[in-house]
Design a protein around this ligand. Structure first.
Ligand SMILES: [Zn+2]
Length: 130
């Protein structure tokens, strides 16, 4: 059983269960589930939002095999930077060699600014690489 299911929900006085459709914090797509925020969210919950660091099914599958470089707009920082939607996966064994300081088994992604990713990939930028 998911441990989140054991949490009780305190209803929002105006918005009740206060639902939102969680988006994946890695790729920004809807995960396909519903989160009930109740009174834990001030005001009415937006239609979509990042509620936790649980990846969507697609990102979960990618992270099993690859370290994800998630492209963000230049100048972005913080925990929730603007993502461009471009993601590059690097085989786990290669990622450990390339990013020994970044790589941890439970942490299989990082944000990377667009201009940096373009320099790293060179002519491969924007192409589907297998
Ligand atoms: Zn995702």
């Amino acid at each position: 059983m998911n441990k989140k299911m054991n949490k009780s929900l305190r209803l929002h006085p105006k918005y009740g269960a206060n639902p939102t459709m969680p988006t994946c914090m890695f790729c920004g797509k809807e995960r396909g589930d519903i989160a009930l925020l109740g009174n834990n969210y001030k005001g009415e919950a937006p239609k979509n939002m990042v509620v936790d660091d649980e990846p969507c099914d697609e990102c979960k599958q990618v992270m099993e095999k690859a370290f994800m470089l998630i492209e963000v707009r230049d100048g972005e920082s913080g925990a929730n930077p603007y993502r461009t939607g471009y993601i590059v996966g690097i085989a786990l064994d290669r990622a450990k060699e390339i990013f020994p300081d970044l790589f941890e088994d439970h942490h299989r992604c990082c944000f990377i600014e667009q201009s940096v990713l373009k320099k790293v990939l060179g002519d491969l930028y924007g192409k589907e690489i297998t």
